[in-house]
Design a protein around this ligand. Structure first.
Ligand SMILES: Cc1ncc(COP(=O)(O)O)c(C=O)c1O
Length: 137
């Protein structure tokens, strides 16, 4: 186990450890900019996989795994950056199963996952569904 100062350091360590020049890493299109920079620094080739509102398109991902034999696949299933979307549970589970099968490994980061359980809507935000004007204001 390695303790890091955050997801970014973890990503850099994964990249430096697993990737060498000429290796391929598959990423969602679009994906987190700093992850691309960490992968790029190793000299690896970054290949985008098409996405829709449910995350990566299974056919495109499987085709690219077969074609490029990537070192790993980088997915952000929860609060994806930059789209903000969260993969439906079924899709996330299916990728989890796929990634526990033999290679390639998937790097799945959830740096903002705690937002789901800790964030409470601001009572002052008119956009929050829970927001109601206070009578006493
Ligand atoms: C997908 C993703 N990975 C990593 C990070 C960096 O996280 P940390 O602040 O924990 O280094 C962020 C920050 O926005 C992010 O969106």
């Amino acid at each position: 186990m390695q303790v890091t100062s955050g997801s970014q350091e973890g990503l850099s360590i994964v990249a430096q450890t697993l990737l060498a020049p000429g290796d391929v890493v598959l990423v969602e299109q679009p994906t987190y900019l700093a992850a691309l920079q960490a992968f790029h620094l190793t000299g690896a080739d970054i290949v985008p996989v098409a996405t829709d509102d449910d995350g990566v398109l299974p056919d495109d991902l499987e085709a690219k795994i077969a074609e490029y034999r990537p070192k790993f696949v980088y997915l952000i299933p929860t609060f994806q950056n930059p789209t903000g979307r969260t993969m439906p549970q079924g899709a996330a589970n299916s990728w989890r199963r796929r990634c526990s099968a033999p290679a390639p490994p998937c790097s799945r980061t959830t740096p903002t996952a705690n937002c789901a359980s800790t964030a409470t809507p601001s009572p002052r935000s008119p956009r929050s569904p829970a927001w109601r004007p206070r009578r006493s204001c």
